[in-house]
Design a binder for this molecule. Structure first.
Ligand SMILES: Cc1cc2nc3c(=O)[nH]c(=O)nc-3n(C[C@H](O)[C@H](O)[C@H](O)COP(=O)(O)OP(=O)(O)OC[C@H]3O[C@@H](n4cnc5c(N)ncnc54)[C@H](O)[C@@H]3O)c2cc1C
Length: 426
């Protein structure tokens, strides 16, 4: 009796927006899928800022990969840090445990925070790319108010000055959420503290906020933030960061203990370890069909891939790009099984939106339609709820939002974990 041949193995590196969507898209295909991630959970990064500002608990926006994929018979999940690829032997190298053989490899390891080589950012700034980082920032922010209450003289040294660097959607959302936290929660929680001395500053190097939006929406975002009390500093470059201050171009030194860095990303350092050609932001160069030049059995999707539109411009590093790339690769693997030529990947822009705070957001559709204010905010809420993975997470997020909206309170105010930047404040 001849035993049936083992199905070809597809190894996916990364269980984020792209990798998870690909694993799910292959559910009914005759392949064996191994999904490798250094974390045991998928993170919904667009809502990390709400974890950092005490609106949501991390469990509401992250979910165990094993739980998500439990019912899918052709997938196995492996926890591990991928360190490289043995292209000859077609094996993925993992820091802990055996290498994993593949017939097809899909790299979906995403991006990491980029400090652009600015002195002190890596050591002193707070990035916002994972649930751990969001929790650490939450602890740190809440600890600042405790410290300022215990020693009001510290306020002159920047204890209550919160600087957000990067005027993209994440920076705008973070700054808006911080002023709301101060106005709606800290003011009530700390009656003995002069909360009016708390200060949120949004620093952006170019002359406008939220780059992908039209000038009207950019203007609206800047005006709304300013009206809510954020000091918006456009055309302002950060030159260096220390534990107690940010140094701005032109010689200004702003005392602060809290600098949130949302100014940019670069491809995951794994990209540097693979011996593959890299483009801007160290993203891996790909063919039109998202395969790697010289390695037709390897595809790259999402933030890690230097995919381009017809004009040659890089596609934007956003969740829909990763998810569309995943669907595209699943389809190309089917075409190859049918011995058909692979097709070009086309990123479809579905529009952009950013929330500025309660009842305030901007949204733009590819057909030119623009929304702002409460309508855009409701659209933003609905889209993010729909995009979250799993009913449990949607329920958690919706119930927290409803509670926060009705009470203007923030439910996730526990100071958990070490405030490792300023150990004395614990
Ligand atoms: C704060 C923030 C807010 C954002 N807001 C929005 C938004 O509103 N709308 C939007 O469209 N996009 C938003 N984005 C961007 C969006 O999250 C990314 O474009 C998207 O996550 C990219 O998907 P990906 O699959 O390429 O990578 P990711 O989703 O980042 O997934 C990468 C996965 O790879 C794993 N990994 C990394 N290195 C290794 C390794 N060496 N070994 C094993 N596993 C590894 C990681 O643990 C992770 O699970 C936001 C990003 C951030 C950080």
């Amino acid at each position: 009796m001849v035993s049936p041949a083992a199905p070809p193995r597809v190894v996916i590196v990364g269980g984020g927006f792209g990798g998870l969507r690909l694993a799910q898209a292959l559910a009914d295909d005759p392949v064996a899928v191994t999904l490798v991630d250094r974390r045991n959970h998928h993170t919904f990064q667009p809502l990390l800022y709400q974890v950092a500002t005490a609106m949501l608990e991390p469990a509401a926006i992250a979910r165990s990969l094993r739980a998500i994929l439990r019912r899918q018979a052709n997938v196995e999940v492996r926890l591990g840090d991928v360190t490289g690829v043995d292209w000859e032997a077609k094996r993925v190298l993992v820091a802990e445990g055996d290498a994993i053989g593949f017939d097809t490899l899909v790299l979906a390891a995403g991006a990491v925070t980029s400090d652009y080589g600015i002195a002190g950012v890596a050591e002193h700034a707070f990035p916002l790319k994972s649930a751990e980082e969001a929790l650490r920032l939450r602890h740190h922010v809440l600890a600042r108010f405790e410290r300022a209450l215990a020693g009001p003289a510290l306020i002159d040294e920047g204890e209550l000055t919160f600087v957000v660097v990067g005027g993209g959607p994440t920076g705008v959302e973070m700054a808006g959420a911080l002023v709301e936290l101060i106005d709606n929660v800290v003011r009530k929680d700390f009656p003995g503290l002069d909360v009016d001395r708390a200060h949120v500053v949004l620093v952006e190097a170019t002359d406008h906020l939220i780059d992908p939006f039209s000038p009207k929406s950019r203007h609206n975002a800047a005006e709304t933030l300013a009206a809510r009390g954020v000091e918006v500093r456009l055309g302002t470059k950060v030159e260096a960061v220390t534990a107690s201050a940010v140094h701005l171009a032109g010689g200004e030194e702003m005392p602060t203990r809290t600098l949130v860095w949302t100014a940019g990303v670069r491809a995951n350092p794994l990209a540097d370890a693979l011996g593959l050609a890299q483009a801007e932001g160290r993203r891996i160069v790909v063919e039109d069909d998202l395969s790697v030049p010289g390695h037709p059995d390897c595809f790259v999707i999402g933030d890690l891939a230097a995919s381009r539109n017809e004009e040659g411009a890089l596609d934007p590093q956003m969740a829909p790009l990763a998810q569309q790339g995943a669907r595209h690769v699943a389809e190309q693997l089917r075409r190859r099984r049918q011995r058909l030529a692979t097709e070009r990947f086309h990123y479809q822009n579905k529009g952009v939106m950013a929330t500025i705070g309660r009842n305030a957001a901007v949204a733009e559709l590819p057909n030119g339609m623009r929304f702002k204010g409460r309508l855009a905010w409701v659209m933003w809420l609905a889209l993010h709820l729909q995009r979250l993975v799993g009913y449990r997470n949607r329920f958690d997020v919706l119930s927290s939002w409803a509670w926060n909206y009705l009470t203007t309170d923030r439910t996730a105010r526990l100071m958990i974990g070490p405030d490792d930047r300023h150990p004395g404040s614990q």
